[in-house]
Design a protein around this ligand. Structure first.
Ligand SMILES: [Zn+2]
Length: 126
């Protein structure tokens, strides 16, 4: 989550692991950035989200895998996704729950829809 003091936060995150849940993550992100994100508005916050998605794309495209960088970029994308959800009152646990019993469409684990359905049909995950 590279808001204002980008570098220092990314560095201080390190690779320390703590047990977390999507719900507690969303809550911490909201407590940490919610006021700023709401003041910025949905449009500006969505722009930041897409910026972070672009950074993740660049990290994934690297020829040599930089695991630390990938951890940072995945975290940033998740943080911005959660802040967007909070902005419109969506609980990410609820959003994730749709996938916890298998494919929302065919209900199978693994998904049995097939590539054609998944990528070309109308709303594949509706
Ligand atoms: Zn499926």
């Amino acid at each position: 989550m590279e808001h204002d003091n980008a570098g220092s936060r990314a560095e201080s995150q390190g690779t320390a692991r703590t047990s977390t849940s999507l719900m507690s993550f969303q809550q911490v992100i909201d407590q940490t950035f919610g006021a700023k994100d709401r003041a910025r508005g949905l449009g500006g916050t969505f722009m930041w989200f897409t910026e972070e998605v672009g950074e993740l794309a660049r990290a994934l495209k690297r020829k040599e895998v930089d695991r630390e960088n990938l951890v940072v970029e995945f975290g940033d994308v998740l943080a911005w996704l959660c802040t967007l959800a909070s902005a419109v009152g969506i609980d990410m646990e609820e959003a994730a729950a749709r996938y916890m019993k298998g494919c929302p469409r065919c209900r199978a684990i693994p998904c049995a829809c097939g590539e054609a359905t998944r990528f070309h049909a109308t709303p594949p995950r509706g």
